[in-house]
Design a protein around this ligand. Sequence first.
Ligand SMILES: Cc1ncc(COP(=O)(O)O)c(C=O)c1O
Length: 453
Amino acid sequence: MNTLLQAASERASKFIAALPDRPVAPSPSAIANLDRLGGPLPSDASDPLDTLALLDEVGSPAAVASAGPRYFGFVIGGSLPAALAANWLAGAWDQNGAMRIMSPVAARLEEIVLAWTLELLNLPTSAGGGFVTGTTAANFTALAAARTALLARSGWNVEEDGLFGAPPIHVVVGGEVHVSLLKALSMLGLGRKRVTRVPVDHQGRMLADVLPPLDNRTLVCIQAGNVNTGAFDPAAEICARAGDANAWVHVDGAFGLWAALSPQYAPLLRGAEDADSWAIDCHKWLNVPYDSGMAVVRDPNHLKAAMSLSAAYLAPSEEREPWHFVPESSRRARGVELWAAMRSLGRGGLCELVERNCRQARLFATRLQSAGFAILNDVVLNQVLVSFGTPGQTRQIIAAIQADGTCWCGGTEWQGHTAMRISVSNWSTSDDDVERSAAALVRIARGVLSNPL
Ligand SMILES: Cc1ncc(COP(=O)(O)O)c(C=O)c1O
C-alpha cells in the first residue's frame, strides 16, 4: 500500500506540475488512446502498480487541464492545495458521511463548515444545511424543503401523501433561470413548464416590478450570478414583495453567493440574506475537488422534514445527523475538503480569491475591448461575454481557441447574440495567465478574421 500511494502521489504531483505548461484541451490522439483502458476485463488480478501506471500514462494526457490556471470554460474551479491534500487523506479514511456514529469526524466537520459558511456568506446563523454534489442537487434539496413548507401551510403532507391531489404551488422564475433549477423543479413534480417566467433586463436580471401576484403558496426562484453575465436578480426588492405575501424565495447562488466574501462585491447580493433557501456550489469558486455543493434552508425543520428517514437499526440521535439534510444515505465526507479550503485560506484568502478573479475578468474585458471586440455584458463579477463578429465568425474563433490550447473558453447564445464565455474561477490563475490568454485570444481571432474559411 505504501509503495502504491507514494507512486500515486508522484504521478499526481507530476500531473499538477505540468498543468500550467500543457495544452489545456487534450489532443485528439490522447483521446483516441483511451481505448487502451478498455478491452476485455482481465480474468486475473494483477499488480495495482500496473493499473495505476496505465491509468496515468493513458488517462492523464486525456484529462482536460481544467484544474489549471487557464481554463475559463463553464464555471469551473480547480482544487486548492489544502483541499486536494485533504481529499486524499479523506480517501484513505473512506468514511461514510451518512451518520454521526459512522463517522464522528465527518459529522463534526460538516457542522463546523456549515457555521463558517453561514457566517462568511452573511446567511442566518440558525439555518440548516446539507452537503450535496453541486448546485443541481442543492437546488433540488432546498426546493424539496420549500415544497414541504408551502404545502404544509395548506395542511398537506407531501412526504406522506405525494403530489396527487395536492393544492397547487405557484412557481416563479426569471427569464434567464439556469437549466439546473428547471431540472430540480421537474424532479420535484413541480414541472419545468408550469412556471411563470418573469421578464429580464439586458443583463438577465429579473424585473422586480413585473412580478406576478404572490401568495403563501408561491415559490420564487431567483439567481445570484447569471451563468453568462454574472448578473444578480434584485433580491432586496423581490424578497420584500415575497415577505409581504409570505411567499418562499429560493436563491440559486451557485457561484454568485461567494461574492459575499468581499466588501467590494457583497452589495450585489443586497437582500439575498432575506430569502428562505440558498443553493451554493463549492467545486466552483471555493475551489474544492469535485463534487461539492451545499443546500441551506432558513428553517432547518423544513429541510429535515423533506429529507429525513429513520429505522430501528439506524441509531437515532439528538445531535445533527448529516443524512437528515440531504437526499442520499451513504455518501462521501464532503465536509473534509471544505473545511481544509476554508481553514487554509481564511476569510482574507477567500476574499482575495474572489476579488482577484473579478479583477482578472475585467482585465480580459479591457484587453479584448482594446483589440476592437465587443464585450456584451457589464462585467460585474467573474464572467465575460465577448463577440468576435458574426455568429459564424465567433463560433469559428472559439473552435480555433480550443484547438490552440493556450487557454479554453466555451460558447453561448446570449439574448440573440452568439458569444464566447470567459469565466475566471480558478485559485491558481495569475495576471500573467490572463495576459497570455488574452494575447492568444486576440491573435487567434485576428488570424481567423483575416483568413476566413
Ligand atoms: C447559476 C447556476 N446554477 C446551477 C448550476 C449547476 O451547478 P452544478 O453543475 O454544480 O450542478 C450552475 C453551473 O454553472 C450555475 O451557474
